[in-house]
Design a protein around this ligand. Structure first.
Ligand code: TIU
Length: 244
């Protein structure tokens, strides 16, 4: 079984790669494109673009290796029956959850804005978790899916760092999953919150996770797919025989 060394903070980690999954949080048009929920909240959505290319690179490497890839989307039923009233009532009524915008009803399942951006669009066999909250474990079958596959480690990217990524990582940590948050695969509307969101995960000896850059991981995964490639300098402990 491929065991890889991942350079992370606060410490290097050994990961059984076939027990790891890539979880991409809420890379939806509603958060990343103009006219959606993120902009309705008063944010500059262009801040989130930085995470797209790194996510795409990790996604490509994970797919090549056959690693489990899970996408999440935040959103609600058209009748808003799963949306807490206090969540819906926040903000300007013209722009709140369920209101009509240029990408359809804001944060409503089935609307164009709710879908994942084309650059990171899920493949047909990649699970998509529709979640009503900020955390991907709350009122979803994500935990069941991970347990059924024997997953113990999550590589996590997506948006936003301090909201849905942080909430999901805290939920995962409490359930016994080890999270490695890919810092450049995450983004926030607030650069200082992005930094703080990462810092608080890895502080205190990795109080609820670790933080790593995506490129070394991409190199490790690519080397597992192509053992003779020049990428092989990345830290592989003992995968030599098996193609994963
Ligand atoms: N996905 C996610 O983070 N949902 C949010 O509402 N984030 C904000 O930063 N607003």
């Amino acid at each position: 079984m491929p065991l890889v060394t991942v350079e992370a903070e606060p410490a290097q980690l050994s990961v059984e790669i076939d027990r790891a999954a890539l979880v991409i949080i809420d890379m939806q048009r509603d958060f990343l494109e103009a006219g959606g929920f993120g902009e309705a909240l008063g944010n500059d959505v262009s801040c989130l673009q930085a995470a797209v290319a790194p996510c795409r690179a990790v996604l490509g490497a994970a797919r090549s290796l056959g690693m489990l890839v899970i996408h999440t989307r935040e959103g609600h039923r058209p009748d808003l029956s799963d949306a807490p009233p206090f969540k819906v009532e926040r903000g300007d009524p013209k722009n709140r959850i369920g209101a009509r915008g240029p990408m359809g009803r804001i944060l409503i399942r089935g609307e164009p804005g709710h879908d994942i951006i084309p650059e990171l669009y899920p493949l047909a066999d990649e699970p998509v978790i529709d979640k009503p909250g900020k955390g991907a474990f709350y009122q979803t079958d994500l935990e069941l899916m991970l347990r059924n596959r024997g997953i113990d480690t999550l590589f996590v990217g997506g948006v936003t760092t301090e909201v849905c990524v942080n909430t999901t990582v805290r939920e995962a940590n409490d359930r016994g999953f080890r999270c490695i948050v890919l810092s450049d695969c995450c983004a926030s509307y607030f650069p200082e919150f992005h930094q703080a969101g990462l810092a608080m995960i890895k502080a205190q000896g990795g109080i609820f996770g670790s933080v790593a850059l995506s490129l070394p991981l991409v190199e490790v995964l690519t080397a597992l797919v192509e053992p003779s490639a020049t990428h092989f300098r990345a830290g592989i402990a003992n995968n030599r025989s098996a193609r994963y």
